[in-house]
Design a protein around this ligand. Structure first.
Ligand code: ZN
Length: 495
């Protein structure tokens, strides 16, 4: 064990440097004045560079090799090897070229979106696709370069497995969305009444406390784009934003981030200051946020508990709104061109078509110049609508401008896993409805802590899923959840 502990001690320095950079990034999104931008960029870059040099060093290589000889199955050793190989795989030239290409692409994407001119972004996107293909070729892959990119965000996932699951999902989901879209839209005008900002803010804090977020080991602040970040399991930061004239923005945004934050707070303290002290994959992370936002937060039982409170807090907006009317409003299904505004049913169609398109780009089956047309065609096919402009279409998401390809599918993986995990928790604890109606969230949280959270990166997403649910990744449980819930909400749809 001597060498694994020497390795652990050595890597803690890199971890501290990275966590410090993360504190600065959190501050940048929450409290830093605009004037701090240049100085902050240097500070973060310096810390990240020092962390990288320390981590990708000969010392790490030596300690890692010794630890592998002695305790090859130690999860820290396994994860350290994976991260070390990844950190040292790319020649410095490629790292520098990618960083520069991303910096240029980000501002080009912003300009392209503001002026609705795809051609401004196109050459930068071409460059980022080429750099990603180069990276995939260096990493190696079995079937397609897309495999190597998926592995960056969802370790172990292959395009072949993804194809199977998304194929099942698409076959059933497209007709479900068609049937729901043909139904009259429920009245949700009261969600756009005035909800005073201060009252919304305290409501989100109270709900965070109720679901088990620990304010001794975390906090919530405001930011333009909500996110969750962790410096340690004992210091987890959430952000939300408040729209005074749209209730769901802050409330469901907070519940979503709460799911991410509860995961980070639930990681075994023993893993603090190691590579294991974070969620195991983006998909597993998203399973937790979707579970609290949708399975719990958009359930009828949840609002049986919270609507009376909400009506006391917002008497002008919600007087006379019945539980059924509220429940229908926060679950309105309507195909729209914008992913981030999509309801939980149509959301995954947005992800599927992005997955198809980015994979075609990476595999060289689609030219960047043809992307806007392919995008609009896919929306026509799958959601039966055409975005009015490229700004509302192919240019809407930041992901590709950051050079991330293979990230989008993790949103859908999270959705599917959330249903599998929720079902398993109900098998163990009994129907959730009764607990949720009483505002008793701790049994569900306790189950997630036990079966998911505590492992951090010490256990893969696939192993967590299999041990916790007895199944591998499967679209059927989520489809069953959607049919049951929306079949009752929209009896005319015949689901
Ligand atoms: Zn999320």
């Amino acid at each position: 064990m001597f060498d694994a502990s020497a390795l652990r001690h050595h890597l803690a320095t890199a971890h501290d440097l990275n966590a410090s950079a993360t504190v600065l990034e959190w501050d940048q999104e929450t409290y830093m004045p605009d004037g701090g931008e240049d100085a902050r960029a240097h500070q973060v870059a310096t810390l990240r560079r020092l962390a990288h040099e320390h981590f990708a060093s000969d010392t790490t290589s030596t300690l890692l090799a010794r630890a592998e000889a002695e305790t090859p199955a130690d999860p820290l050793v396994v994860v350290a090897r994976r991260d070390f190989d990844r950190a040292t795989l790319l020649p410095p030239r490629l790292v520098a070229e990618t960083a520069e290409a991303v910096a240029r692409a980000k501002s080009a994407w912003r300009r392209a979106r503001e002026t609705n001119t795809f051609s401004v972004f196109a050459p930068h996107l071409e460059r980022l696709v080429a750099l990603n293909v180069e990276r995939a070729n260096l990493a190696g892959f079995a079937d397609t370069p897309y495999d190597a990119l998926l592995d960056l965000y969802e370790p172990g996932l292959t395009a072949r497995v993804l194809d199977g699951v998304l194929g099942d999902l698409r076959r059933d989901l497209v007709p479900i969305v068609e049937a729901l879209a043909a139904q009259p839209r429920p009245d949700d005008a009261f969600l756009r009444a005035r909800y005073p900002t201060e009252t919304q803010w305290t409501f989100t804090l109270d709900v965070l406390r109720d679901v088990g977020f620990d304010f001794q080991r975390g906090r919530q602040d405001l930011s333009a784009h909500p996110f969750t970040t962790s410096f340690a399991p004992a210091d987890v930061r959430l952000t939300t934003r408040v729209d005074e004239h749209f209730f769901p923005t802050a409330f469901f945004g907070t519940l979503h981030e709460a799911g991410h934050g509860l995961y980070e707070q639930g990681i075994d303290e023993h893993y603090a200051r190691t590579l294991l002290a974070e969620g195991t994959s983006l998909g597993m992370h998203e399973s937790q946020s979707r579970l609290w936002e949708n399975q719990v937060g958009r359930s009828r039982a949840f609002w049986a508990h919270y609507l009376p409170q909400a009506q006391r807090r917002f008497p002008d907006a919600l007087a006379g709104v019945s539980l059924d009317a509220f429940y229908r409003a926060v679950n309105a299904v309507e195909p729209s061109p914008i992913r981030v505004e999509a309801d939980e049913v149509t959301y995954n169609l947005h992800i599927m078509l992005r997955t198809d398109l980015e994979r075609a780009l990476v595999e060289g089956r689609l030219a960047v110049a043809d992307l806007p047309e392919a995008w609009n065609e896919a929306y026509r096919d799958v959601l039966n609508l055409v975005p009015g402009t490229d700004a509302l279409g192919v240019l809407q998401d930041v992901h590709w401008s950051l050079g991330t390809f293979g990230y989008f599918p993790t949103y859908t993986l999270g959705t599917l896993m959330s249903a599998q995990l929720f079902d398993a928790a109900e098998d163990a604890l009994g129907p959730m409805e009764g607990y949720v109606e009483r505002g008793d969230f701790l049994p569900l949280l306790g189950w997630m802590r036990e079966h998911v959270h505590r492992y951090g990166r010490a256990k893969s997403a696939a192993a967590i899923l299999l041990d916790a649910t007895g199944q591998s990744l499967d679209a059927a449980p989520w489809l069953a959840y959607i049919r049951t819930k929306y079949g009752a909400l929209y009896p005319g749809a015949g689901l």
